[in-house]
Design a protein around this ligand. Sequence first.
Ligand SMILES: [Zn+2]
Length: 391
Amino acid sequence: MNKANVGLATTVILAVIANVVVVASPSTDSVVSKIVSTKLTMTVDSVEIRFRADRTIPAFQRPELNGNNIVFRLSGVVHADSSLASTLAPAHIAVVADLIRTFLVYRLTIPPSYHTCTARRDGPRDVILTLYTRDASTNEPRPSESPSAMRKDRSRWSLDVIVIDAGHGGVDVGAEGVNGVYEKDVTLSIAKKLRALLQAAMPTTKVVMTRDDDTFVELYRRTQIANESNGKLFISIHCNSMPTKPHPAHGCETYILRPGRNDDAARLAARENASVRFEKSQSPYASMTQDQLIVATMAQRSFVQLSEKLASYVQRFVRKETPIEDRGVSQAGFFVLVGASMPNILFETAFLSNTSDAAYISSARGQQEMASSMVNAISAYATSYRSLLEK
Ligand SMILES: [Zn+2]
């Protein structure tokens, strides 16, 4: 796949994955089993889709895999009204009658990294369809999976382009600080300082900004810019905030892409993702569901280890070199990270709703220190990344 198209392709996959077509018979038999729920769960190496019926599922066939498509048939089962619509396929469900026998056919389109599929029973009422990643031997070289493949093609993986994303901008002001500052201004200011320091510290590395003035850039466009620039790192800069201010919560946290695991992460992701309300209705993220987000994170599996490494360096250096407290590395479902074809993090520098955090991060000195500690974190990451390539 042409690298420049990767961001776009991710978007297409997301659109198609929602296109689960259900073919069901109109059964006159009132005791036939009904699928009452479908649940999608991601594990480290796989994605599971659990089909649950209201009573025993009589039989199912081995899933058929054809390219990026899976056809899975459950026999003696019909689909309860709209249960799929509420989970896997919010907008694209189609129910077609088959007059001969009773069966359900699920058609799913999966991202290219998932190319093995099995089905198994888990008790009488549950059948689990599991998608596994492609066999490692046929996989493309990935930084976290195949250091030997990386060594063969150093130029492809060298840290030659770093993409800095200043959160929000233009009509999207982001959070408003307890001191009246806008998040969009703080993030741009830190991003520009970070760019200048990076250019000095790593003169052979190109620094790309998703915006360098006060303009609105759609969330999907930000990773599109990063992918088109062949970025090797994507760093989205933000400021945290609580709904009430002043608020005692303070400190910095770094996020990698995963659907939110706790209430705080989900709340934060919801606030940051709210930027899509400023986007045109055709924005690919405008109606993204939690399940679609889970699927989107599958495409990033190969970058997770490197993203985590960068995230932990950022937290470590900021803790050491600024007065901002370390709240650790977390996971949440940030739309802005969804399309990135490179290791990526979202960094919440400080809480604008906290009086002392806000004063620090609004000041030129605070922003300079923050940018400087980020450069040191990126340099440490670059060193460990290089040693991985040269091992
Ligand atoms: Zn933000």
